[in-house]
Design a binder for this molecule. Sequence first.
Ligand code: BGC
Length: 883
Amino acid sequence: MPQLRPIDLRCEHLATAHGLNSPIPRFGWGLEGDGQNQRQTAYRIVVAETGNGRIFWDSGKILSNNTQLVPYAGEPLSSDAVLDWTVQVWDEADRLGATASPARIFTGLKSDDWQAEWIARYFVLPAGREVPADNAYDNRWQARPADYLRRSFASADSPVRATLYVTALGLYEAYLNGQRIGDHVIAPGWTDYHRRVEYQVHDVTALVQAGDNVLGAILGEGWYSGRVGHNQRRAGNHYGGRPALFCQLHLHYADGSNMIVASDEHWQTRQGPICYSDFLMGEMYDARLELQDWATAPGVQVGWQPAEVFTPDPRAPKLDAARAQPAREVARLPAQFSHLATNGAAIFDLGQNIAGYCELTVEASAGARFTLRHGEVLDGDGELYVANLRHAVATDIFIAAGNGEETFKPRFTFHGFRYVELTLPEGVSPEAITLTGIAIQTDTPITGEIETGHPLVNQLLSNIFWSQRDNFLSVPTDCPQRDERYGWSADAQVFWKTAGYFADVSAFLTKWMLDLEDGQSPDGAFPDVAPTKPLNPYRLTPQPGAPAWGDAPIIMAWDHWLRYGDRDFLVRFYPSFQAWMEHIGRPNPDFIRRNAVYNNYGDWLSVGPASDRTLVATAYWHRVADLMARMANALGHATDSAAYNQLARSIARAFCAEYLDQSGRLTGDTQTAYLLALDFNLLPEAMRPAATKRLVELIDAAGGHLQTGFLGVRHICPVLSENGAADLAVDLLLKDTYPSWGFSIRQGATTIWERWDGWTPDKGFQSVNMNSFNHYAYGAVGEWIWSRIAGIDWCEQGPGYRELRLRPLFDSRIGHCRASYRAHTGIVSSHWVMHGDTVEWRVSIPPNCAAVIELPPGWLSKEHSDRLGAGTYDLRLCKSANG
Ligand code: BGC
């Protein structure tokens, strides 16, 4: 008998919630089933304490088809609790579905549960990082040694439950009795540490023993005090001068008693084998300096100094539970020895550009030095090319202790690289070592699998996904390699829809939207980058948002709504969005966005003629006004919605009066101008054909190439296919001459380049000032491959994939497409294969959902209906007589 099966249980968008920031967490699940038109008609949620089964909430059987974001309605949740929750569902015939395996929730700590104090090594760097007097730093940028902290404590018994709540200003790794706690990297992640820091929750029950125990931590600099960005006059110390630890270990015993071990004056600290460690600089590890038993030996240790308890400057940050998945090691890539560079060093190749670091396994004598330099590409002579890293030194150094096989892997740095130049000590051959690349990323669950019949499209999809992984590191960054690595907002907004297919980014954005809001100025300006640094390279206040950059929060919030249907998210951020709208509206009374445009970047990194920046800015203003009208409408704010609609109309009128001539030409006459005007609906209906015609002419005039920058690129294929030129969209997708996605692939790219001409045969490398080979913005074409080639798209009528659109484009050059997307509501799939004039198309729609079916013009299906309910369907399509 067909059964409904709840899958992917989520609390606050997470498979396991490690700490709650709200007394009313929300629950959601997807559904799987076997039959057609299956529906959920009722659910029951049960939340019980782990271990003793005490029920906190039993919703009872609720007659509802809702599966998303159901608010908790049980007894008030206590802090420091561990809960398991599960859901039962009933189908349309009131049959009980399969039992879901329970999901876990750690409730976390509330603000008044904290007894811990901030502790650090008693040591302050000189401001501005002049070379320190004690010459402790054997490196160009004076990155500092990592601090080790420890304390021992006695536990009367083995606890029945032990939970560690831990965070740092800087980066930390925590240890209990010599065991590394958890598998997070670069924790606690990046926030504006002057306002907020996120803490992590670890179940350490198995690590605590009766008797003596040692709790320890290693602290690195990270975003807090290490180098971030490119301003050499203010390279580091952005939030503070020294890393600090904050933690609380809660022990619960069988007899009902509890004990807390917190960071306080009882801790000891010293430096160890990590001579320095910095995101941009790299890490140096001298294994001869290893601290024996530092995290296992009980009692007070000699040679260690007491930790200092202090209040971070300018104030202790607010402590939030982590809202997103942590960063983790997600892939291991064996490095192949390629050749020797002219300096004699060995060049290794991972075959893939990644963000992460290497693990090196060697056997060498004491003091033998291994130097690893990282780069994305090789130059024409096969030498490591690092000029594009700017000030990032990206070099790790390992000094062997000389006691047999040793393994080194840095802790508090990462690099963007595919190639490693390894300088080996005398007598060690490249064949004698094992080198493995380790990719790290915020561990957003993978949701999309897609494959086509065209190798270039498949490589492009792989490059897009890798650029996403490499740049989703606590925040969505522009690039992982050079001295930048900021959360640039326009890069993210153009890419967000693409990102959401490949991975579940709901929790990731929930966290980052707060960073964007934290960076908003009192008069409503969103920043260009988030988190902002308080001492920003350009000015002393957060940098205000340029058009398309400052507009990003609204655009991404709308994507988030359509993909996940999270209404509370819109409610939460709506006032900040209104403040932004006022910020840009006030100084522009004639509805052309000439003022408050700050670093008006325009269609960043386009090639060919540049688009008029005021035109682009105004088009974006219209876009956000239109989205605000829709958002207000979704929230039931009718007056606001009408006002934003009115604003959008006024902008469109002013736009046409200012930029559109009688013949349908736009000022500047660039591809991006037409793309934005068409996609954002700025033109009168009657003018759209002329604008489309002109767009096609401009592409033809460019030899059938695109010329768009970051802002235009998202729209080019969608606008063409929406306006009757799908063939041309596929042409662009498959092009491999400059400029195109395929061009970079032909040059061997394994990630998306920042610039179309990052390297060309006639000009070689682009300017060293800005030439990353791992920027995802141009990868924004991914959304079109997913939504139009595979044909899986969201639907404004049923946000959160309650309803969806299935609307593939069949193209013989692509041959077939097989895609499956794990929506929050369930798994959607689309698989088509073309055989001459016929197509076999199999689609799956999750229980409870319905899909609007849109066939490409000229295609017919006998079984065709415009709307399908849940189930799997095999459709056979053929070209219509006049198709
Ligand atoms: C970054 C971006 C960003 C841009 C703003 C660059 O340096 O790498 O990707 O959006 O600046 O213009």
